[in-house]
Write a protein that binds this ligand. Structure first.
Ligand SMILES: C[S@@+](CC[C@H](N)C(=O)[O-])C[C@H]1O[C@@H](n2cnc3c(N)ncnc32)[C@H](O)[C@@H]1O
Length: 277
């Protein structure tokens, strides 16, 4: 079949721009290249892949799962139903954490990405600084299969540990970074999210605060004297999380940051670091 005919077939299911975008992603062309190659014949394999993808999207599957691909921080991550789809806000968490690490730490530091999912946080940090000694951990062995696949395809060398929070962690870290499940019982969630993404990546008890509390309660045993803890948080959780920090940690400095939409989405906890900002 020719590219132009396949696109026409796709247009029966989704908007023509989406059809074009999806086929160019599958063929690894940019949209202009695709336009210039409309008369090219494509293989049956690509044709089947494209139509399966289009029909999945039509049936309400998120485009990232349908394409098995998401761009995070300029890197191409494989994703499927075993992992949360990485979000743009999380790029901001990685960006700010990396800035703090560069400013306040030496190069060769140990970092734990707790609840790694696709591996997007820890693998991106490794990409930003190959000297970081990174461990990815998650309770879900299925998520860790995806994280491992991404570590291989991106050629980023990290350790991977299956663990219920700190249960199987036997080391101490300079930085612990986490985007834990934080959607509370009463929070509204879009259907496309609740129907497709793993519930263990989304929901947490106690108004979404349960994981923060469990992490903060034990974290002192898994960090060095000087440390940074970086959390992504729900936009209505800042005050509650600061209360939890004050309950479990002593002599720390806390900085919160908003995301690009001006919502409180990041918390940074510093110990034995003279912060100047
Ligand atoms: C919100 S997702 C974040 C995934 C990824 N870090 C990201 O930012 O896209 C939370 C992750 O925590 C993991 N998780 C849930 N309960 C856990 C537990 N008890 N111990 C470790 N990881 C857990 C989930 O499997 C999921 O991968």
């Amino acid at each position: 079949m020719k590219i132009k005919d396949l696109l026409l077939e796709g247009n029966k299911y989704v908007h023509k721009d989406q059809s074009k975008l999806i086929l160019s992603t599958i063929l690894e062309y940019n949209p202009l290249e695709l336009t210039l190659k409309l008369e090219d014949e494509i293989s049956k394999e690509i044709e089947d892949k494209f139509l399966k993808c289009i029909k999945n999207i039509k049936n309400g599957i998120p485009i990232q799962y349908a394409l098995n691909s998401v761009n995070f921080y300029g890197l191409d991550f494989y994703v499927d139903e075993r992992v949360l789809i990485p979000r743009f806000e999380t790029e901001e968490l990685v960006y700010n954490t990396d800035l703090y690490l560069k400013k306040y730490f030496d190069n060769n530091i140990k970092i734990l990405d707790l609840g790694t999912g696709s591996g997007c946080i820890g693998l991106t940090l490794k990409h930003l600084n190959n000297n970081y000694d990174i461990t990815l951990s998650d309770l879900s062995p299925y998520a860790l299969e995806v994280a491992s696949k991404n570590s291989n395809s991106l050629k980023l060398d990290v350790k991977i540990i299956e663990s219920d929070l700190f249960k199987e962690i036997n080391d101490k870290y300079d930085c612990i970074i986490s985007n834990p499940p934080y959607i509370g019982e009463n929070d509204e969630v879009d259907d496309i999210v609740s129907k497709n993404e793993p519930h263990m990546a989304l929901y947490a008890d106690n108004n979404g605060l349960d994981y923060y509390e469990r992490i903060l309660k034990d974290v002192s045993n898994y960090v060095n004297d000087k440390y940074l803890i970086a959390f992504e948080i729900g936009s209505n959780q800042k005050e509650d999380i600061i209360d939890l920090i004050n309950k479990y940690l002593k002599d720390v400095k806390v900085i919160t940051k908003q995301d690009m939409s001006k919502r409180d989405r990041m918390v940074f906890i510093f110990k034995n670091i003279d912060i100047n900002e």
